[in-house]
Design a protein around this ligand. Structure first.
Ligand code: FES
Length: 288
C-alpha cells in the first residue's frame, strides 16, 4: 500500500538541502577570504567563489521551486481591503513556523550566505588600498645594488679585481640577490689608452662595470668583442661602445648601458658604490 503524499511531503528534505546549499555558500565565501589573505592562489580563489555563488544560487532556486506556492490562483477580490479577520490569518500564516518565507530559519541562512559572499568580495579591495606599499614605478627604477654590496658570479663566488681579465667579460650579480632579473651586470678590463669617454660610473683602475641588460628590450648583451671593446646584443644587434661609456652606436637601442659604480673593499673583493647610473633594461624607463 502506498502512502498518500500530502502537499507538504518532501518538504523536510528540501529544507535540509537548501540549508546545506546556503552553508556551502558560507564555506565558499570564507574559503575565498582566507585564500586571498594567504596570497591568492588563482585556482583556489575561483573554486571557492564558484562554490559560494553555486550554493547561493541552488538554495534560492530550490527554495522558490520546492517551498513557495506554485501554480495559478484565482481569487475573487470583493474589495481592495481584506476583512480584518483575513488579514489576521494571513499575518499569522506568514509569521508562523510554516511560513513559506520565514520557515525554519531559512531567511537567516540566506542572509548569512549572501552576507558572507559580500564580505568576502571586500577582500580584493585591499589591493587597491596600497597606502603603505612603495610606489611600483619607484621600485622598478631601483635595483638591489647598494653601496657595499659585493659583486659575485652567478654561482655566488665573490669577485676580486685580479679575477677580471681583458679578453672577456665577467657577469656579476649582487650578493644575496642572485635571482633578481634587473640586477645582472658585467665587469671587464679596458685599455685606458683607448678610452674616448670616461665612464660616468667611474672605474677601478682600468676595470669598468655596466648593466648586462640591453636598453632596447632587455636582452642580455653578452657578446663581447675585445678588439673594439664593443658589446653586441644578439636580439636585434644593438651595439654598445665601452670606450664611449657604453654608448649605443648601432641597432635600435637609444640609451647607453647604465654604469655600475664599483670599488675594491677592504677585504679585496669588488663592491658596488651604489645602484646603476640609470634604470637598467628596456628603453621605456628613459621616457619622462
Ligand atoms: S633587445 Fe637588444 S637590440 Fe633589441
Amino acid at each position: 500500500m502506498t502512502r498518500a503524499r500530502g502537499p507538504m511531503s518532501g518538504e523536510k528534505g528540501a529544507v535540509r538541502r537548501i540549508r546545506l546549499a546556503f552553508g556551502a555558500a558560507v564555506l565558499g565565501a570564507v574559503g575565498f577570504a582566507v585564500t586571498y589573505s594567504l596570497g591568492g592562489n588563482t585556482q583556489l580563489l575561483g573554486v571557492s567563489l564558484g562554490l559560494a555563488f553555486a550554493g547561493l544560487a541552488y538554495g534560492l532556486a530550490a527554495w522558490g521551486r520546492r517551498l513557495l506556492p506554485t501554480g495559478g490562483y484565482v481569487e475573487q477580490k470583493p474589495g481592495l481591503s481584506a476583512p480584518p479577520r483575513r488579514r489576521d490569518l494571513l499575518a499569522e500564516a506568514m509569521d508562523g513556523p510554516e511560513s513559506p518565507l520565514g520557515r525554519r530559519g531559512l531567511v537567516g541562512m540566506l542572509l548569512l550566505g549572501a552576507g558572507s559572499i559580500g564580505v568576502a568580495l571586500l577582500f580584493p579591495l585591499r589591493s587597491l588600498l596600497s597606502f603603505r606599499r612603495p610606489d611600483p614605478v619607484t621600485m622598478l627604477r631601483h635595483t638591489a645594488w647598494q653601496a657595499g654590496t659585493r659583486l659575485v658570479t652567478p654561482e655566488g663566488t665573490p669577485v676580486r679585481l685580479t679575477d677580471i681579465g681583458g679578453e672577456t667579460i665577467q657577469i656579476v650579480v649582487p650578493e644575496g640577490h642572485i635571482g633578481d632579473g634587473d640586477t645582472p651586470a658585467f665587469v671587464v678590463r679596458l685599455d685606458p689608452e683607448r678610452l674616448r669617454q670616461e665612464p660616468g660610473a667611474g672605474r677601478v683602475g682600468d676595470v669598468v662595470a655596466y648593466s648586462l641588460l640591453c636598453t632596447h628590450a632587455g636582452c642580455p648583451v653578452a657578446l663581447y668583442e675585445q678588439t673594439t671593446a664593443r658589446m653586441l646584443c644578439p636580439c636585434h644587434q644593438s651595439t654598445f661602445d665601452l670606450n664611449r661609456d657604453a654608448a649605443p652606436i648601432a641597432g635600435p637601442a637609444a640609451r647607453p648601458l647604465p654604469g655600475l659604480p664599483i670599488e675594491v673593499g677592504t677585504d679585496g673583493y669588488l663592491r658596488a658604490r651604489g645602484d646603476f647610473t640609470a634604470p637598467p633594461g628596456a628603453g621605456f624607463w628613459s621616457y619622462p
